[in-house]
Design a protein. Sequence first.
Length: 757
Amino acid sequence: MNPVDFLKSLQASPAYKGQIVHVAHLPPRPPRHAQPSDSVNAHLQRRLEEMGRWPLYSHQAQAIEAVRRGENVIVSTPAASGKSLCYHLPVLEKALSERRSRALYIYPTKALTQDQLKGFQELSRGFKVNAAIFDGDTPSSERSALRRGIHVLLTNPDMLHFGILPNHQSWSAFFRGLRYVVVDEAHVYRGVFGSHVANVLRRLRRVCRRYGASPQFILCSATIGNAGELAERLTGLSFTVVDEDGSPSGGKRFAFWNPPVIDLRKGTRRSTNIEASGLFTELVKHRTRTITFVKTRRMAELVYKYSRDQLATEDKDLAKQISPYRAGYMPEERRAIEKGLFTGELLGVAATNALELGIDVGQVDATIITGYPGTIASTWQQAGRSGRRGKESLSVLVAQDNPLDQYLMRHSEAFFGKPIEKALVAPQNPHIMSPHILCAAYEWPLDASDEAIFGDSLWDRTRELEGQGLLRRSGQRWFATPSVGYPAEGLNLRSASRQNYLVVEEASGTVIETVEEGAVFHQLYPGAVYLHLGEPYLITRLDGKARVAHANRREVPYYTQAKDITDIRITRQWESKTAGGVGVYLGEVEVSNHVVGYKKKAQLSEEDLGDEPLDLPPSDFKTVALWFDIPESLVQRCAQNKLDLPGGLHAAEHAAIGLLPLFAMCDRNDIGGVSTAMHPDTGRPQIFIYDGHPGGIGMSERGYHDVNELWRATLQAVSECVCEGGCPSCIQSPKCGNNNKPLDKAVAVELLETLCG
């Protein structure tokens, strides 16, 4: 497929309505080679030559040099740039020269771990270096052998946290010889997950110290704006950054695709899912190997189902050559899909960001990104999954009907000309750190030396846990009390939630999925339509005590969307400043979120088919928020002219939340907001934007510091929208529990203009 010809064929189609708003051309780039100052082991070099991976790229040589000097290194370069050699070569060289040396490889997913084991075994073939995976799928009969004779252990943060560190005595020989810790796909470790992993890595350093080891850390990441800072926050150590990519590129055409407006007055656009499905279908018809990235599990199923149905009307064999791919599937299902894509048995998949990572799925020629992923870094990572060296590839970003996507469609320079964002982690968030301190005490009693690893907030956490009866002090050491049991068991690294729910098919009793606790009320409420492998299941009952959602397989012509309402109270103000003539504040708040019902929306047309009420308990949590005052002049004008002040605040709040991911490395679903014409804690009109995770992870704080830029971008997004009174592209939110009422676009524009001066 020639990307230019393909785009021209779309533009010549009768169905084309001017969707392509921008096409960027990324020219081909030749490789830049280099060699470390000391030669690579001759046998290893020969193996690399056989594999076609010699000579080394410049960033590989630079990283290897730094590792040889004893430095901790983070390599931050694009997808498919050969980052794995930056750690494979030093690890193999050390294993060949020092037989007692050990290395620990940490990957964020099981699928990536399986894939990387194959790569390491191919490189190390003929060398007596043992490598194996230790994760939840490892048979019990094989685990003791791994502890004794393994040179390179591949695992994930969850197994390190749950299975290895609490049982470190069984791994004592491994820890004594541990020379390298590799953390791949480090950009994934941000937000709640990254904050948990940062504490796990500190626990790892502590256990290593217990056995006299001080391993070097080698991190690999996609391109991000603060690689060194992220590495240091994840590990608590200093790092050398390698971020100048020496690998070649075949070039890329990157198109921005905006679904056409179907109602000018309302500003309504054609469904993003339908547009992405149409592009996916056309690429598959051209026999182009394609990954269509989507944001949610449900969207993966919907895009697959729409595309499968379209293809089946013309070619039933082609319809069998696509598949959905997402978290929640059983391991054997995921591996079969990965294998099918790698071998070419599958021409395409509709996938969540599980395939954004470096799993080798063979040569992919096109990527479709269904809705802006929330960060420039993730967008480039997904786009980078397509491309063969020496051959131009295609990536298409299909916009959603929300303020941020539409802003980018009108301001492509905000994407192509803006620096990549900084990843945010908050390892000292008390909601995240406290359970890890308890885990650390279980692993080995705490003492004063641990402050060097965990920081001075360690003592706040130990006092808190001691007060709860979970730690006891004896002299200058703190021990876990017997009542804590096995503390790692109740701590889920992937969310602020502690446990998962099971989705069980009533007819057979089969467990078909797991869903994290924090998403249950929004996904598994009675009446919800839940999709699995493209098939709809109706949730009939939610059992909170057993943590089970009961489901029946049922064909329905709609999908469902939860509705919620949110209240917010200020518990503590930390900082304040004046911007735009008003007070702006940062502090701790208590949020109460209550799912009160759900919408039924028609498949394909996405027409609203009605609302259904729900009777579910609210969920309360403390987090961090920014909030700001409203100019008194605007309040008075609204009162004098009987303008809709609450509607204007509500509209501005929606739009500002939608634009915050431009400044903080987060997804729209990671943040929330509340607006009110009279807040009980301040006695005046207020707009709040808060982190959607207990304790906060830095997103609202970033918004607080960049509030002027946030207001300006929000003003552009709202004022430039073509609709008359407000639409999903500017001020409406699909998550709004008040059905997007009241909203007043004109008052919102006036408010933002006043704030921007």
